[in-house]
Design a protein around this ligand. Sequence first.
Ligand SMILES: C[S@@+](CC[C@H](N)C(=O)[O-])C[C@H]1O[C@@H](n2cnc3c(N)ncnc32)[C@H](O)[C@@H]1O
Length: 175
Amino acid sequence: MRILDVGCGINKAPGAIGIDRNPASAADVLCDLDHFPYPFRDNSFDRLEAVHVIEHVSDVIRTMEEFHRLVRPGGRIRVVTPHYTDFSSYCDPTHRWHLNSFSFRYFGENHGGFGYYSPVRFRELSVRVKLLALWRMLGFEYLVNRFRRVRLFWEHYACYVIRGKVIVFEIEVVK
Ligand SMILES: C[S@@+](CC[C@H](N)C(=O)[O-])C[C@H]1O[C@@H](n2cnc3c(N)ncnc32)[C@H](O)[C@@H]1O
């Protein structure tokens, strides 16, 4: 299993090749994620991890296109990012983007009418939202993740009260 950990920081995934721009990180290759292409051939990886990094890049669409190039057809990408209602989303001044649990639908069949943003395609295998502990204990996290319609309702009507924490997207590369 060839794994690329993008923006690995000091918590590189076991067995992965890590890339980051910070020389104090655990990166195997130092590079700037805003400069394309990254120094790997097409379809080099079976899996790509992007944990708390997509909110830092200059261009989400271009970065996802680069992930698409690097991962083989059918390979998997895990994107972890704060929900925009979490304290951390706007607290960290290096965050450029504030996303919700439907933000990657633009690369799939259910693209909300905006499929022309990019020619690359992904299949969303799962989306998991983590809520603050209180809401998790009261069962809201279960409901939001169990039923897509509840998640849609929550995003539209309730997330400023029942605030999100982290979103975990598991995405398959379609080529
Ligand atoms: C919040 S940390 C997350 C680190 C690690 N993935 C984790 O979960 O612990 C974001 C990482 O992305 C890296 N990063 C942010 N923007 C970058 C860029 N343009 N090029 C390369 N690395 C970048 C930072 O150096 C940092 O290590």
